[in-house]
Ligand binder design. Structure first.
Ligand code: AKG
Ligand code: FE2
Length: 286
Protein backbone atom coordinates (compact mmCIF):
# COMPACT_ATOMS: atom_id res chain seq x y z
CA UNK A 1 0.00 0.00 0.00
CA UNK A 2 1.27 3.48 -0.83
CA UNK A 3 1.64 5.71 2.17
CA UNK A 4 0.08 9.05 1.26
CA UNK A 5 0.31 10.54 4.72
CA UNK A 6 1.63 14.05 4.32
CA UNK A 7 3.69 15.71 7.00
CA UNK A 8 5.45 18.96 7.67
CA UNK A 9 9.22 19.00 8.11
CA UNK A 10 11.53 21.96 8.56
CA UNK A 11 13.54 23.96 11.05
CA UNK A 12 12.37 24.95 14.49
CA UNK A 13 13.61 27.63 16.87
CA UNK A 14 15.49 26.41 19.96
CA UNK A 15 13.02 25.74 22.76
CA UNK A 16 14.27 28.74 24.77
CA UNK A 17 13.65 31.07 21.83
CA UNK A 18 10.15 29.80 21.08
CA UNK A 19 8.30 32.15 23.38
CA UNK A 20 6.46 35.43 23.60
CA UNK A 21 8.09 38.43 25.27
CA UNK A 22 5.76 41.20 26.45
CA UNK A 23 6.10 44.81 27.56
CA UNK A 24 3.48 47.51 28.11
CA UNK A 25 3.58 50.85 26.26
CA UNK A 26 7.38 50.84 26.10
CA UNK A 27 9.15 49.43 23.05
CA UNK A 28 12.38 47.58 23.82
CA UNK A 29 14.17 47.81 20.47
CA UNK A 30 16.71 45.15 21.45
CA UNK A 31 13.84 42.63 21.58
CA UNK A 32 12.83 43.54 18.03
CA UNK A 33 16.34 42.64 16.90
CA UNK A 34 16.07 39.36 18.79
CA UNK A 35 13.02 38.51 16.67
CA UNK A 36 14.76 39.72 13.52
CA UNK A 37 17.74 37.48 14.23
CA UNK A 38 15.80 34.34 15.22
CA UNK A 39 16.54 34.48 18.97
CA UNK A 40 12.93 35.17 19.95
CA UNK A 41 9.69 34.02 18.31
CA UNK A 42 7.41 36.93 19.22
CA UNK A 43 7.30 40.26 20.98
CA UNK A 44 4.06 41.96 22.00
CA UNK A 45 3.91 45.57 23.20
CA UNK A 46 0.56 46.01 24.87
CA UNK A 47 -1.05 49.47 24.63
CA UNK A 48 1.58 50.63 22.13
CA UNK A 49 -1.17 52.62 20.40
CA UNK A 50 -3.51 54.87 22.38
CA UNK A 51 -7.24 54.16 22.35
CA UNK A 52 -8.17 57.37 20.54
CA UNK A 53 -5.63 56.68 17.78
CA UNK A 54 -7.10 53.19 17.30
CA UNK A 55 -10.66 54.58 17.14
CA UNK A 56 -9.73 57.21 14.57
CA UNK A 57 -7.93 54.66 12.37
CA UNK A 58 -10.87 52.26 12.63
CA UNK A 59 -13.35 55.00 11.69
CA UNK A 60 -11.14 56.13 8.79
CA UNK A 61 -10.93 52.58 7.46
CA UNK A 62 -14.62 51.79 7.57
CA UNK A 63 -15.67 55.14 6.08
CA UNK A 64 -13.07 54.98 3.30
CA UNK A 65 -14.28 54.42 -0.26
CA UNK A 66 -10.85 53.03 -1.18
CA UNK A 67 -11.21 49.60 0.43
CA UNK A 68 -10.80 46.65 -1.92
CA UNK A 69 -11.75 43.03 -1.35
CA UNK A 70 -9.62 40.05 -2.30
CA UNK A 71 -11.37 36.91 -3.46
CA UNK A 72 -10.68 33.77 -1.45
CA UNK A 73 -12.13 31.33 1.01
CA UNK A 74 -14.13 33.46 3.42
CA UNK A 75 -17.40 35.26 3.91
CA UNK A 76 -19.15 35.62 0.50
CA UNK A 77 -16.03 34.40 -1.34
CA UNK A 78 -13.94 37.22 0.10
CA UNK A 79 -10.69 36.62 1.97
CA UNK A 80 -10.56 40.09 3.41
CA UNK A 81 -10.85 43.85 2.90
CA UNK A 82 -7.74 45.93 2.34
CA UNK A 83 -6.42 49.43 1.96
CA UNK A 84 -2.91 49.14 0.58
CA UNK A 85 -1.07 46.97 -1.91
CA UNK A 86 0.18 43.44 -1.43
CA UNK A 87 3.28 42.17 -3.26
CA UNK A 88 2.01 38.60 -3.10
CA UNK A 89 2.24 36.81 -6.46
CA UNK A 90 2.77 39.92 -8.61
CA UNK A 91 5.62 41.08 -10.81
CA UNK A 92 7.75 43.58 -8.89
CA UNK A 93 6.78 46.52 -11.06
CA UNK A 94 3.05 45.82 -10.75
CA UNK A 95 3.30 45.66 -6.96
CA UNK A 96 5.29 48.89 -6.74
CA UNK A 97 2.90 50.71 -9.06
CA UNK A 98 -0.07 49.48 -7.04
CA UNK A 99 1.69 50.63 -3.86
CA UNK A 100 2.12 54.07 -5.33
CA UNK A 101 -1.52 54.09 -6.47
CA UNK A 102 -2.63 53.31 -2.90
CA UNK A 103 -0.38 55.89 -1.25
CA UNK A 104 -2.96 58.58 -0.60
CA UNK A 105 -5.62 56.05 0.45
CA UNK A 106 -3.17 54.54 2.97
CA UNK A 107 -2.28 57.98 4.33
CA UNK A 108 -5.99 58.72 4.74
CA UNK A 109 -6.24 55.75 7.14
CA UNK A 110 -4.12 57.90 9.50
CA UNK A 111 -5.96 61.18 8.82
CA UNK A 112 -6.49 63.25 11.97
CA UNK A 113 -4.21 61.00 13.99
CA UNK A 114 -0.76 59.37 13.88
CA UNK A 115 0.69 56.58 11.77
CA UNK A 116 1.78 54.08 14.45
CA UNK A 117 3.77 51.96 11.99
CA UNK A 118 5.83 55.01 11.09
CA UNK A 119 6.51 55.66 14.79
CA UNK A 120 7.71 52.07 15.11
CA UNK A 121 10.00 52.41 12.07
CA UNK A 122 11.49 55.61 13.50
CA UNK A 123 12.06 54.00 16.89
CA UNK A 124 13.79 51.05 15.24
CA UNK A 125 16.09 53.33 13.23
CA UNK A 126 17.44 55.15 16.26
CA UNK A 127 16.90 52.84 19.17
CA UNK A 128 19.54 50.13 19.32
CA UNK A 129 22.71 51.97 20.22
CA UNK A 130 23.83 52.40 16.65
CA UNK A 131 21.96 53.99 13.75
CA UNK A 132 20.55 51.70 11.12
CA UNK A 133 18.72 52.67 7.99
CA UNK A 134 15.07 51.62 8.02
CA UNK A 135 13.61 52.12 4.56
CA UNK A 136 11.07 50.77 2.07
CA UNK A 137 12.22 48.04 -0.31
CA UNK A 138 12.89 49.56 -3.73
CA UNK A 139 13.29 48.69 -7.36
CA UNK A 140 13.81 50.94 -10.38
CA UNK A 141 13.17 54.12 -8.39
CA UNK A 142 9.84 52.87 -7.01
CA UNK A 143 9.21 52.11 -3.31
CA UNK A 144 7.20 49.51 -1.40
CA UNK A 145 3.99 50.61 0.32
CA UNK A 146 4.01 52.19 3.79
CA UNK A 147 1.55 49.74 5.32
CA UNK A 148 -1.69 47.93 4.68
CA UNK A 149 -4.94 47.98 6.67
CA UNK A 150 -6.67 44.60 6.68
CA UNK A 151 -9.90 43.03 7.88
CA UNK A 152 -9.90 39.20 7.52
CA UNK A 153 -13.15 37.37 6.86
CA UNK A 154 -12.43 33.63 7.23
CA UNK A 155 -15.46 31.66 8.40
CA UNK A 156 -13.93 28.44 9.78
CA UNK A 157 -11.60 27.86 12.72
CA UNK A 158 -9.35 30.58 11.35
CA UNK A 159 -9.96 34.14 10.16
CA UNK A 160 -6.71 33.60 8.27
CA UNK A 161 -5.48 30.04 7.76
CA UNK A 162 -2.04 28.86 8.98
CA UNK A 163 0.72 30.06 6.65
CA UNK A 164 4.26 31.37 6.58
CA UNK A 165 5.32 34.80 5.31
CA UNK A 166 8.60 33.62 3.73
CA UNK A 167 7.45 31.39 0.84
CA UNK A 168 5.88 34.35 -0.97
CA UNK A 169 9.26 36.13 -1.08
CA UNK A 170 10.65 33.61 -3.54
CA UNK A 171 8.34 33.94 -6.56
CA UNK A 172 10.20 34.07 -9.90
CA UNK A 173 8.13 37.11 -10.93
CA UNK A 174 9.99 39.08 -8.23
CA UNK A 175 13.52 37.78 -8.83
CA UNK A 176 14.63 41.39 -9.46
CA UNK A 177 13.27 42.58 -6.09
CA UNK A 178 15.57 43.02 -3.08
CA UNK A 179 13.06 41.42 -0.69
CA UNK A 180 14.22 38.08 -2.15
CA UNK A 181 17.50 38.53 -0.23
CA UNK A 182 15.65 38.43 3.08
CA UNK A 183 16.18 35.25 5.10
CA UNK A 184 13.78 35.90 7.95
CA UNK A 185 10.55 37.91 7.85
CA UNK A 186 9.61 40.13 10.75
CA UNK A 187 5.82 40.36 10.69
CA UNK A 188 4.79 43.77 12.08
CA UNK A 189 1.17 43.86 13.19
CA UNK A 190 -0.64 46.72 14.85
CA UNK A 191 -4.14 46.06 16.09
CA UNK A 192 -6.46 49.03 15.62
CA UNK A 193 -9.40 46.94 16.74
CA UNK A 194 -9.75 43.44 18.14
CA UNK A 195 -13.15 42.49 19.55
CA UNK A 196 -12.96 40.34 22.70
CA UNK A 197 -12.51 36.55 22.27
CA UNK A 198 -11.58 36.61 18.60
CA UNK A 199 -8.57 37.17 16.38
CA UNK A 200 -5.82 35.65 18.53
CA UNK A 201 -2.65 34.70 16.67
CA UNK A 202 -1.47 31.09 16.93
CA UNK A 203 2.19 30.33 16.16
CA UNK A 204 3.74 26.90 15.66
CA UNK A 205 7.42 26.13 16.07
CA UNK A 206 8.16 25.10 12.52
CA UNK A 207 9.56 26.83 9.45
CA UNK A 208 8.44 24.44 6.71
CA UNK A 209 11.11 23.39 4.22
CA UNK A 210 10.72 23.40 0.46
CA UNK A 211 10.09 19.64 0.36
CA UNK A 212 7.04 20.21 2.53
CA UNK A 213 5.85 23.14 0.43
CA UNK A 214 6.32 21.08 -2.73
CA UNK A 215 4.44 18.13 -1.31
CA UNK A 216 1.55 20.37 -0.27
CA UNK A 217 1.62 22.36 -3.52
CA UNK A 218 2.60 25.53 -1.65
CA UNK A 219 5.90 26.53 -3.27
CA UNK A 220 6.11 30.38 -3.39
CA UNK A 221 2.73 30.44 -1.66
CA UNK A 222 3.12 29.08 1.88
CA UNK A 223 -0.65 29.12 2.43
CA UNK A 224 -2.61 27.29 3.81
CA UNK A 225 -0.95 24.55 5.88
CA UNK A 226 -3.51 21.94 6.98
CA UNK A 227 -3.98 22.44 10.75
CA UNK A 228 -4.03 18.66 11.36
CA UNK A 229 -0.41 18.49 10.16
CA UNK A 230 0.65 21.06 12.76
CA UNK A 231 -0.51 19.31 15.91
CA UNK A 232 2.87 17.66 16.60
CA UNK A 233 4.67 21.00 16.86
CA UNK A 234 4.77 23.17 19.98
CA UNK A 235 2.62 26.27 19.67
CA UNK A 236 1.50 29.31 21.62
CA UNK A 237 -1.25 31.86 21.22
CA UNK A 238 -0.78 35.61 21.31
CA UNK A 239 -3.95 37.00 22.87
CA UNK A 240 -3.93 40.20 20.81
CA UNK A 241 -5.95 43.20 21.93
CA UNK A 242 -6.79 46.63 20.58
CA UNK A 243 -3.70 48.87 20.74
CA UNK A 244 -1.13 46.06 20.62
CA UNK A 245 1.96 46.05 18.46
CA UNK A 246 2.97 42.44 17.77
CA UNK A 247 6.21 41.46 16.12
CA UNK A 248 6.86 37.87 15.28
CA UNK A 249 9.07 35.60 13.20
CA UNK A 250 6.99 35.26 10.04
CA UNK A 251 9.01 32.25 8.86
CA UNK A 252 7.18 30.23 11.51
CA UNK A 253 3.73 28.95 10.61
CA UNK A 254 1.02 31.18 12.07
CA UNK A 255 -2.70 31.72 11.71
CA UNK A 256 -5.45 33.96 13.06
CA UNK A 257 -8.07 32.19 15.17
CA UNK A 258 -11.68 33.14 14.64
CA UNK A 259 -12.73 32.33 18.20
CA UNK A 260 -16.15 33.73 19.00
CA UNK A 261 -17.35 36.46 16.72
CA UNK A 262 -20.55 37.50 18.41
CA UNK A 263 -19.41 41.11 18.56
CA UNK A 264 -20.61 43.55 15.92
CA UNK A 265 -17.18 45.13 16.02
CA UNK A 266 -14.69 44.07 13.39
CA UNK A 267 -11.04 43.19 13.74
CA UNK A 268 -8.74 45.66 12.00
CA UNK A 269 -5.03 45.15 11.47
CA UNK A 270 -2.33 47.56 10.28
CA UNK A 271 0.55 45.57 8.89
CA UNK A 272 3.80 45.42 6.97
CA UNK A 273 6.74 43.05 6.73
CA UNK A 274 10.37 43.78 7.54
CA UNK A 275 13.70 42.04 7.12
CA UNK A 276 17.36 42.64 7.84
CA UNK A 277 19.06 43.24 4.51
CA UNK A 278 22.55 43.59 6.05
CA UNK A 279 24.22 44.96 9.22
CA UNK A 280 23.07 48.50 8.62
CA UNK A 281 19.81 48.21 6.66
CA UNK A 282 16.34 46.98 7.55
CA UNK A 283 13.82 47.11 4.73
CA UNK A 284 10.03 46.91 4.75
CA UNK A 285 7.36 45.94 2.21
CA UNK A 286 3.66 45.13 2.18
O1 AKG B 1 -3.96 39.34 11.20
C1 AKG B 1 -2.96 38.99 11.83
O2 AKG B 1 -2.90 39.10 13.05
C2 AKG B 1 -1.76 38.39 11.11
C3 AKG B 1 -1.83 38.53 9.62
C4 AKG B 1 -0.79 37.75 8.88
O3 AKG B 1 -0.26 36.78 9.35
C5 AKG B 1 -0.39 38.18 7.54
O4 AKG B 1 -0.95 39.17 7.02
O5 AKG B 1 0.52 37.54 6.95
FE1 FE2 C 1 1.35 36.11 8.10
Amino acid sequence: MINTTKRITGMSLPEAAFRLHETEKVLDVSKVFEVLSGKLAAYRIRKFVAGEVCSQITENFWTSTKKVSRPGVGDDGVEGYFIGASHYGKPTRQYLEEASGFESAVQSVYAGTVNPGLLFKQALASGNGHTIEVRPAKSNGLSAGDSKAVHWTGTGTFLLEPHDDLAQLRGPEQSDFEIQEIKRVLAVNIYAEVPASTGQVQIWNVEPDDETRAELGLIHVGFPYPPELLTDFPDFIIPVETGDLCLFNGNLVHGVLRGETASSRRRLLITFFMGQKNDHEVIWWT
